[in-house]
Design a binder for this molecule. Sequence first.
Ligand SMILES: [Zn+2]
Length: 486
Amino acid sequence: MKKLSPILLAALLALAALLAIRTARFSSRQLKAEPAQPFAIDRDAMAQRLSAAIRYRTVADEAPAPSGGGEFRRFHTFLAASFPRLHAQLTRETVNQQSLLYRWQGQDARLKPLLLIGHMDVVPVAPQSERAWSHSPFSGRIADGYIWGRGAMDDKVGVLGILEAVEGLLGEGFQPRRTVYLAFGHDEESGGHAGAAKIAELLRVRGVEPAFVLDEGMNIVDGIIPGIAAPVALIGIAEKGYLSLDLSVETAGGHSSIPPADTAIGLISRALQRLAATPFPARLGGPTARMLEFLGPEMAWANRVALANLWLFDPLVRKKSAASPLTDAIIRTTLTPTLFNAGINENVLPTKASAVVNLRILPGETIAGTTEQVRKAVGDPRVKITPLPVRMEPSAVADIEAEGFAVIHRTIRQTAPEVIVAPALLVAATDSRHYAGLTKNIYRFLPITLRPDDAKRYHGSDERISLEDYERCVRFYALLIRNSNR
Ligand SMILES: [Zn+2]
């Protein structure tokens, strides 16, 4: 056997030492939280109120219709009757007829306010999918330890949970030092332009500058993150941008018995194929890098070494992340075809073919830059590329060193001590983006637990929340208000 050259041996030893030192310094970011003071909860009454809230059909798509508007107003009346102390002591404004803004005056006007947001509208239930529900979607049935129905997770749980917390705190005689705003939109599921956007505009005109904003968005995931046995509470510190591009080709058409070399369908197909073959680059930067800094130290040794030494293992970690759609979506801008249209008859060459690709843009990239990359990848001037009207740049990234993040982190550790906390990137969009002009410290988290088969309940059938989780949501909001007023 050939002897290792002394230089190579020294280099290997130095590398091993470096990896070991960096791994040893890669220490846990989890806050040690003292146990929380007790908070009195009437579990049954609380569950009954959420159940009753689900029975209001505050459906997003029906909202603009007169009947839908009426349903929101009936829902407001229900809230006033259900939370009497809150409605006596907080000021309430109806914004744009259907959204609600509450203000709980703080004792110290120098402190920046806290803004808790949620939405009252829910997505519709397609008539043919109603059979897939174990309990009728607007029944609010309480059975088998769960509250069932549309809005149980998204997002009547947030609205009612926040209101329960404030009502409970008022019952204890608690008065906040900083002013607390509660803002509930009525059209989040269709963009939030009539609700959250209007509330945010009102707050901006009044010069309100929140210390931080908390919205729904991410949850506690259990058995979903590879390499971590404990449940993980993911706090969304940013969300991806949104863009759809229409690709279209117009040709002369003609009879299918004498086909030309290039057809409209052929050209669009080739464009889509080229796009599939040139994915956007994978990056372990921004919110995803912050997430790995929090998760890495909690993992077994081999993963810890890799994540503590991304300067060396970055390609390996990217490759592993790209292997699953769930993790691939947080390391790159994604692109996928969602519509395809061409042809009127089996023996007629279509004069036009078109497709729509939907993109979710990584923070740090832009609508203009991504559009240009698509144009380059398609590389064919015959394919016309037009952006569709609904588009959003990626959000700013909230500060994880800011007090707001620490307060949320500490509150999660107090209400769910078994949980690991980490910042993360949300791949969907929430109402919170409308508040971006007020502060960059926007966090997206709601403490319900998602196991591997639960994510599909969002906007799907059998949406439900366990009674334990709901109780924890209420405790979380109550404690969060207390903790941010210390
Ligand atoms: Zn929602």
